[in-house]
Design a protein around this ligand. Structure first.
Ligand SMILES: C[S@@+](CC[C@H](N)C(=O)[O-])C[C@H]1O[C@@H](n2cnc3c(N)ncnc32)[C@H](O)[C@@H]1O
Length: 388
């Protein structure tokens, strides 16, 4: 049976208020305003309690996913034989998607800041030091002054501090953090991360990995930081696809007829103007390439547009990077048909199985897909940890 939602059963709010603290004081305790505290109180008391399924795969290494989104990272770990036991995600629709994909996991629908280590361990059914992997990346702070000693009250700095707080409480064997490549371009940021983990007794290594090199039909460069409890060498996966290896997976392969779930109704409507504009753009080109051929009324006016605006896929290559938001022109366009992709097609480009369900509106699902770590990339990292 899937995880059961029990209102307030193991939510951190319940825990704190049971200790006699009012919502206002609980808010103060986790550093948020009274109004935010009330909003959280109303929205975040639901939590999924793990069902009997969590005892499937006994003995498999365990995963706790923070900032879990729709569960792309966890899907990769699961495919590598890990058991996803708990997750924290504050966005209700993403948490619902996560729960559908990982019915045996306890999903805490709450801000990470409001989750105590004790609660997280109890939800996961683990004791301190027992968890194999804690994964997920906090949204990025400015890339300076990341070091634990100099963390400020900036919200995003706060998320790193909260992440480290939970690492300290849970003491996983490995920590895996995915983030934007820009994070690694600041020596100060990396120094800060290394110092913070060293304080907790972890060694750290980092690389930029491209998802296409791991069988994902999409070029997607991401910083992957791995920390190991107790120190020592840190393994990274060797690329399996690309020059001299298996051929890259192409957009054509990715968008082969669906095994389920894809309907024409899913494809977002496109204005007549945008449809006409697309008709001038060849496979692999963006609107900038086609600009000289465009009639005046179809030209893009103004500045500040991304280089990939109205870009069609190249059917013989991996897709360009799938993003979770942006207006018309950023939806990723079919190489031969005058249309943007459906959400399921975007999920295919991220390497999700067709069986991975996403909840929410079309726009919310697009965001969850664009935010995700491609499962095959996460799987490659997970396999490397198993050997490490
Ligand atoms: C980049 S996405 C995670 C993607 C996920 N790793 C995957 O592979 O699908 C970051 C997620 O963190 C969530 N988030 C942001 N701030 C949060 C917080 N303070 N507490 C909990 N979740 C948070 C967002 O709602 C978003 O779903």
């Amino acid at each position: 049976m899937a995880g059961v939602h029990r209102r307030g059963s193991v939510a951190p709010w319940h825990d704190l208020t049971r200790r006699g603290l009012g919502v206002r004081r609980v808010g103060r305790a986790v550093g948020i305003s009274a109004s935010t505290a009330w909003r959280w109180r109303r929205r975040f008391v639901d939590v999924a309690v793990p069902s009997a399924e969590s005892s499937a795969m006994p003995g498999a290494p365990t995963v706790i996913d923070l900032f879990a989104g729709a569960g792309g990272m966890s899907a990769g770990f699961q495919a590598a034989g890990f058991r996803v036991v708990a997750a924290v995600e504050m966005w209700d629709v993403a948490a619902k998607s996560f729960q559908s994909a990982h019915p045996a996991a306890a999903v805490l629908v709450a801000p990470v800041e409001a989750v105590s280590g004790r609660r997280l361990l109890r939800a996961a059914g683990l004791v301190r030091g027992e968890c194999a992997v804690m994964c997920g990346g906090p949204p990025c702070p400015p890339f300076s002054s990341l070091s634990a000693s100099r963390l400020t009250d900036d919200d995003r700095h706060g998320l790193w501090r909260e992440y480290l707080r939970l690492v300290d409480c849970v003491l996983p064997q490995w920590v895996v953090i995915e983030n934007v490549p820009g994070l690694l371009s600041s020596a100060e940021a990396i120094g800060g991360i290394r110092d913070a983990f060293a304080t907790l007794g972890y060694s750290v290594a980092y690389r930029i990995l491209d998802a296409a090199d791991f069988g994902v039909p999409q070029y997607r460069r991401r910083a992957v930081i791995i920390a190991k409890r107790g120190g020592g060498a840190i393994p990274f996966p060797a690329p399996s696809h690309g020059s001299g290896r298996l051929p890259y997976r192409t957009a054509t392969e990715a968008l082969a007829p669906p095994t389920n779930g894809l309907t024409a109704a899913e494809i977002p409507p496109l204005s007549a103007l945008a449809t006409e504009r697309l008709s001038y753009i060849a496979a692999g080109e963006s609107v900038w390439d086609a600009m000289p051929r465009l009639p005046l009324h179809l030209k893009i006016k103004g500045s500040g547009f991304p280089s990939s605006i109205y870009r069609r896929l190249d059917e013989n290559a991996p897709s360009y990077t799938v993003v979770g938001n942006g207006g018309g022109g950023t939806l990723i366009y079919h190489w031969g048909e005058n249309r943007p992709l459906s959400n399921r097609e975007r999920a295919r480009l991220q390497g999700f199985d067709d069986g991975h369900a996403f909840h929410g509106s079309h726009r919310e699902i697009r965001a969850q897909i664009g935010n995700a770590v491609p499962p095959p990339l996460a799987r490659a990292v997970a396999e490397a940890l198993k050997l490490g």
